[in-house]
Ligand binder design. Structure first.
Ligand code: DGT
Ligand code: CA
Ligand code: CA
Length: 573
């Protein structure tokens, strides 16, 4: 059982109890537990099974919660949760996701009006039944109808690269308006989260209407969903939705902070404000009615005795503790990347030659690359056997002699077979400059078996690095059920590096486990896994993920110069 699943069950429990009108303190305890678990790099299942006492050391986990965790791990669920689910249908819980509809209203709809599904709710709203109820009215009816429309789309999170491209284009175009003074992305996109629910942008302008008209007429915008005096919600042609807010200049920093989130980060900021006798909202930081700060984010942070915290780490994971100690990490930057050690050519499933890839990387400013085509198990991609691989390496040597200013390593992306052996024999691997070991097949094996496969590869002295560890494809398929703590510990022990695969569908390893790898001192390499010259351009997304993990230049091995990197390789095994 993965941590995310245990966390999800606590969230669900809290939601159901909330509809029942349970004590808010109890709800908060469950929600905090869920957050602790989903941010935990170690396997909660292992802790619960092997060292249940350690559960009590986790933040916010007391005896009752520890017992519940053990029950979930052992029985895959909680009796209490099962009972509540019998009583309250899942659709009723989803009604909580309609903005403006709280648990009290949901409880009323469910128990007084016998609304058991979203379809029931839609019918009741359309027939005017909702508007008739005391405390509801025509306005709530409209909110519900709009909310239902949104819900039918929700759950459709969009990968960061796709979301950001649309956000960037709209921001670029709105920024050309004379009346726009400042404009910025906000929300999860600004935090560079791997997937985005909706886009948020923020503007200061003397002419809010001009900005909203321009957005409405933008070629990426399909329709306006709502429009007020200073805010607008639109649906883009892609289906993705966008919130635009126009704020006064003196509130811009406070609004940017508020709408960048995360919610969890904001909660801590508000608490810090209260501790200082101040009140923080999207309009500014106030003492009584007086605006103390709000024009810039820096100013607001400063009033709260904090340095400016980069958006990527505003998740209430480690940022406040680090900021307090004046130890915020200097996050790694794209310009610091000097090598790219995972890419394909026409020898397997790439579209460009060795020379074209090398030239492409060189013109992107890189000093070194590794050509890592597939091994033979990947028949679909025309994977290489020992003979073809050796010929391919000869070809790489030839290309190296034709191009200067870039080092080309002779690599291989070698499959870890279902039985845990490598797809190519050790004597072949030993001739490589760089071996990426990966799982492509048997990703659904049970945790023990698939973890063992990785441990074998990590312990193989010819393996340099594990590529796209979990095998997940964001929004498409979950990663393998791995024992991350065992895998990462073994990598640390054996000097095996870990990849952050920068492909926008992979971003694997994820931010939480990359943070854990850093903590263990495992060198991390950010690679594009490019299958074309254009594919080399996704490096940025891997860097975003590394930043979310709090990684600095020092933590990312391919920020080293070629000479430093070469030395690291020679000494690390
Ligand atoms: P998303 O869109 O699901 O990927 O995630 P976000 O973080 O972009 O969330 P969104 O679009 O609902 O709201 C943008 C930011 O606005 C969010 O990160 C924090 C802030 N915000 C929105 N609603 C609330 C709220 O009810 N309470 C607090 N404290 N902040 C909120
Ligand atoms: Ca958003
Ligand atoms: Ca939003």
């Amino acid at each position: 059982m993965q941590n995310a699943e245990v966390a999800r069950q606590f969230e669900e429990l809290a939601d159901l109890l909330e509809i029942q009108g349970a004590n808010p303190f109890r709800l908060r305890a469950y929600r905090n537990a869920a957050r602790t678990l989903s941010g935990l790099p170690d396997s909660i299942q292992d802790i619960a099974r092997n060292n249940p006492k350690e559960l009590l050391e986790l933040p916010g986990i007391g005896k009752d919660l520890a017992l519940k965790i053990e029950t979930i791990v052992e029985t895959a669920t909680l009796p209490q949760l099962e009972e509540l689910k019998e009583e309250i249908p899942a659709d009723v819980v989803r009604m909580l996701d309609i903005p403006g509809i709280g648990p009290k209203k949901v409880a009323f709809l469910f128990s007084e009006l016998s609304i058991h599904s979203l379809d029931d709710l839609k019918a009741a709203a359309e027939n005017g039944v909702i508007a008739e109820q005391k405390g509801f009215g025509k306005k709530t009816e409209q909110i519900i109808l709009a909310g239902l429309e949104h819900l039918s789309q929700a759950g459709n999170r969009v990968r960061l690269a796709d979301a950001k491209a649309q956000s960037d284009e709209i921001i670029h175009d709105l920024d050309t308006l004379k009346s726009v003074l400042q404009i910025s992305e906000a929300g999860s996109c600004r935090r560079r989260k791997e997937s985005v629910g909706d886009l948020d942008i923020l503007v200061t302008s003397s002419q809010p209407n001009e900005v909203m008209d321009a957005l409405e007429n933008h070629e990426l915008v399909k329709e306006v969903l709502a429009r007020g005096e200073t805010k607008q919600r639109v649906r883009l042609n892609s289906g993705l939705e966008m919130d635009l807010r126009v704020v006064p200049e003196e509130s811009y920093g406070a609004a940017l902070l508020y709408f960048t989130g995360s919610k969890e980060h904001n909660i801590v900021l508000r608490r810090r404000s209260q501790e200082r006798g101040l009140k923080l909202n999207e309009y500014g930081l106030f003492r009584e009615e007086e605006l103390v700060s709000g024009r810039t984010e820096e100013e607001v942070f400063q009033t709260l005795d904090l340095p400016w915290i980069p958006p990527e780490i505003r998740e209430n994971r480690m940022e406040f503790e680090a900021a307090e100690k004046n130890k915020l990490p200097e996050l790694v930057e794209l310009e610091q990347i000097r090598g790219d050690l995972h890419m394909h050519t026409t020898a397997t499933d790439g579209t460009a030659s060795i020379l074209e890839m090398a030239e492409g990387a060189k013109s992107n400013g890189l000093q070194y690359i590794a050509i890592t085509d597939h091994s033979k198990r990947v028949t679909m991609a025309n994977g290489l056997d020992a003979t073809r691989l050796r010929a391919h390496w000869k070809e790489i040597e030839k290309v190296q002699s034709q191009i200067s200013g870039i080092q080309i390593m002779k690599g291989i992306e070698c499959d870890i077979l279902e039985d845990g052996t490598m797809d190519l024999p050790d004597d072949v691997l030993s001739e490589a400059d760089w071996v990426i070991a990966v799982l492509h097949y048997g990703l659904k094996q049970p945790q023990k078996q698939i973890t063992q496969r990785l441990l074998n590869a990590i312990r193989n002295p010819h393996v340099s690095i594990i590529g796209h560890l979990s095998g997940r494809l964001i929004g498409k398929r979950p990663g393998a059920d791995l024992n991350y703590s065992e895998v990462l510990k073994a990598a640390a022990d054996h000097g095996t590096m870990m990849e952050i695969n920068a492909h926008p569908m992979r971003l694997d390893i994820d931010d939480i486990h990359a943070a854990k790898a850093k903590e263990l001192g495992i060198p991390i390499v950010i690679n594009t896994d490019a299958h074309s010259v254009r594919g080399l351009e996704v490096m940025q997304y891997g860097v975003y993920q590394a930043r979310r993990a709090g990684l600095t230049k020092k933590d990312v091995a391919n920020t080293k110069t070629w000479k430093q990197f070469y030395n690291l390789l020679k000494t690390s095994r």
